[in-house]
Ligand binder design. Structure first.
Ligand code: DQA
Length: 150
């Protein structure tokens, strides 16, 4: 059997986690989040890659790479691109990999421009407002999803 894999995508400014508005985004750094996700995936026998970029073009290219280098599941926090990026949405539609949209903060309890997402209606689901734990819960689901489809 081929080995299974999960891609975790982080959008702009998430490299600043730990420093950035902790009242919204908590105190965990991106490295610590990625490390915890890698350990959990490893215990489940699944490969996990994390990728952060501040560039929409790089994120689109990374999503497009799934067309040839297929992952079984994507966990994505598109950050500010959530509210603007038709290009990332189209790339995810094109490669047809199931994904969960994660937000550290509860976007629905914040400014109205954060209430609209270009991703939610094509996602398997969304987790918003649970801080770094949201990524871990998304990964639990992704692992179950992959094991179910084995
Ligand atoms: C975010 C919410 C977005 O509105 C914001 O632009 C971010 C982070 C979150 O994780 O809560 O950069 O996606």
């Amino acid at each position: 059997m081929q080995s299974k894999s999960i891609l975790v995508l982080h959008g702009p400014n998430l490299n600043l986690l730990g420093l950035r508005e902790p009242e919204h985004y908590g105190s965990a750094t991106l490295d610590s989040i990625n490390h915890a996700l890698s350990s959990k995936a490893k215990s489940a026998g699944i490969a996990l890659e994390s990728f952060q970029s501040n560039s929409e073009a790089e994120l689109v290219t990374k999503i497009q790479s799934l067309a040839t280098n297929k992952a079984d599941f994507v966990i994505i926090n598109p950050a500010a691109f959530t509210h603007t990026s038709v290009a990332m949405r189209d790339a995810l539609s094109a490669v047809k990999v199931p994904f969960i949209e994660v937000h550290l903060s509860n976007v629905f309890a914040r400014e109205t421009f954060r209430h609209h997402s270009y991703f939610t209606d094509i996602a398997v689901g969304i987790i918003s407002g649970l801080g770094a734990q949201g990524y871990s819960l998304a990964l639990d689901y992704a692992i179950q999803h992959i094991n179910r489809s084995n």
